[in-house]
Design a binder for this molecule. Structure first.
Ligand code: B12
Length: 473
């Protein structure tokens, strides 16, 4: 069977929101995971529309498309095109799970929830000539013992961070704005790989740097402890994501640092207790955010802080206060979001019931646009404040001020290099991406990087310095 896996891009590359550096960060791990269920006789191709030309004049037997909210329209158009040509089309992913009735007319089969059990079941049914129109992931969900990700299908040289990896699914928390509860409905909402399998997957990855894309890498203490224990001495440097409370609790974060954690994505989201209660982000309530920043800085771990603007307790002063706090506390890279109610979430249901949704164009549900009526300010003010927050945070003065907040010269240098490297040299990355030469800047940066991270390249494969610049999805 000839199978084509497609990750459609959000819009045409000419869109004003197109940032090559952002969309060349990570390969489509979800699709490469599904591809592992094919048999040796099958011919598989994996196309990532963000980083390569998508040719549509072929006619594979099966087309598998991953649908996010912002690529939904393009995904549906591609699905229609292939179905008109007689190909069997399967659609799945977050947006299909949120809005199955919207997706169904564009597919022969749709999938709700993670595909680790349902996709192999579908393949068996398809080969037997009896595929169902809908597969729903429910009981028996696990990633223990699933086959190794088909990394051979990933074109590594197209990505800044080809070594992305996921060793868990979901998250133990239940924030109202998150897609997770709907996606994992009817079964387990947080589960892990087996530690030995996760370590084997890490061993298979060349180079030195890893990026864990898990929603909450510290979410299961026992698993994380064993993982970090196993990683000690592997000589890896890695990035991941975790919650504020997990950074402050016990010594897990020290163990992570000992295993090579160098940068952490932390969901601070808001300083307002009313906002935190409003969105059910209980794990952040009454936590000392400054202590989180101090603890991580003390361990030499850079912070990619996530902040959301436009919750109901936010007024026009929220932007300045947030940027000021982030700079003062040495946050290296900041990801600001305009609150976005994704379909399927409790936030969406509440906004819809209150008649506050002002836009149903999914292209604009990208956390850069205001798609609802805010309470504490006008939509225009919210958008302008969000844009200003990015400009101010990444101004040269604030990059230098943030760097100075760290105690050691090494951390100050790392901070400056990462923050400036991510935002100030974007045209340089864009040029390298355009020339499909992401490795071409290696010699230039290698010296600088080895100074700031003391990274000795692993003997068998040289480290790619660009990988560790990409600390801010
Ligand atoms: C890496 C990543 C990116 C990367 C690229 C994505 C990529 N190459 O896959 C980049 C940086 C480009 C990115 C950008 C954006 N992202 Co993003 N991203 C992620 C992240 C962190 C990891 C994705 C991943 O690899 N997961 C691990 C794999 C194993 O899981 P998976 O991809 O979901 O695949 C499984 C299932 O979904 C299912 N499945 C998926 N497709 C299909 C298809 C079929 C047929 C079947 C059977 C099953 C199936 O089976 C897979 C195996 O279980 C997720 C958070 C997360 N933890 O998932 C956010 C996430 C997907 N991103 C999100 C958002 C909002 C965005 C942006 C809009 C942000 C922005 N402001 O620009 C953009 C737009 C992306 C786009 N193209 O439309 C949201 C999506 C919310 C939603 N409801 O759609 C998420 C969930 C983050 C969040 N917590 O809100 N992102």
């Amino acid at each position: 069977m000839r199978v084509k896996f497609i990750l459609p891009a959000l819009t045409e590359a000419k869109s004003p929101f197109w940032r090559p550096i952002k969309y060349s960060l990570f390969p489509p791990l979800g699709l490469a995971t599904l591809a592992s269920h094919l048999s040796d006789e099958d011919e598989a191709e994996l196309i990532d529309d963000h980083v390569e030309a998508l040719c549509t004049d072929d006619a594979p037997d099966l087309v598998v498309i991953q649908v996010y909210i912002t690529n939904a329209y393009r995904a549906y158009a591609l699905a229609d095109l292939y179905r008109a040509r007689g190909c069997y089309v399967a659609l799945g992913g977050l947006h299909v799970t949120s809005l199955p009735e919207e997706a169904a007319p564009h597919a022969d089969t749709i999938f709700l929830g993670p595909g680790d059990q349902t996709f192999p079941e579908f393949l068996r049914d398809l080969r037997a000539g009896m595929p169902k129109p809908r597969y729903v992931s429910t009981a028996g969900r696990t990633i223990e013992g699933i086959p190794a990700v088909r990394r051979d299908l990933i074109k590594r040289d197209r990505y800044l961070v080809p070594n992305s990896i996921v060793v868990t699914r979901g998250c133990p928390q239940h924030c109202d704005f998150c897609y997770k509860d709907a996606f994992f409905e009817g079964g387990r909402g947080f589960y892990t790989q087996r530690v030995d399998e996760a370590l084997a997957e890490i061993e298979r990855l060349p180079g030195r740097h890893l990026y864990f894309l898990d929603d909450h890498l510290l979410g299961n203490r026992r698993f994380a402890e064993a993982l970090f224990e196993g990683m000690r001495g592997m000589g890896r440097l890695f990035q991941g994501a975790a919650t504020v409370d997990s950074v402050l609790r016990g010594d897990l974060i020290e163990r992570a640092a000992g295993a090579g954690l160098r940068s952490l994505f932390v969901g601070f989201e808001t300083f307002s207790p009313a906002n935190l209660r409003g969105c059910n982000k209980k794990q952040n309530l009454a936590q000392d955010y400054e202590a989180v920043a101090r603890r991580l800085s003390g361990l030499g771990i850079m912070i990619n802080g996530s902040f959301v603007f436009g919750m109901d307790d936010d007024g026009p002063d929220v932007f300045g206060r947030t940027v000021d706090w982030a700079v003062r506390n040495g946050i290296t890279t900041a990801t600001f979001h305009i609150q976005t109610p994704y379909p399927g979430t409790r936030l969406y249901a509440e906004m819809a019931a209150a008649g506050r949704l002002t836009c149903h164009d999914w292209d604009r549900y990208d956390t850069r646009h205001v798609v609802y009526r805010p309470v504490g300010m006008s939509p225009e003010l919210l958008k302008a404040g969000y844009d200003r927050a990015y400009r101010d945070f990444y101004g040269w003065g604030n990059i230098a001020r943030g760097a100075r907040s760290h105690e050691t010269a090494k951390h100050r240098a790392k901070h400056f290099f990462y923050a400036a490297g991510w935002k100030k040299f974007e045209p340089l990355w864009d040029m390298a991406i355009k020339m499909r030469r992401l490795g071409s800047l290696t010699p230039l940066l290698e010296g600088v990087l080895s100074r700031v991270t003391r990274a000795e390249p692993r003997p068998e494969t040289p480290a790619n310095p660009l990988e560790i610049l990409a600390s801010s999805p």
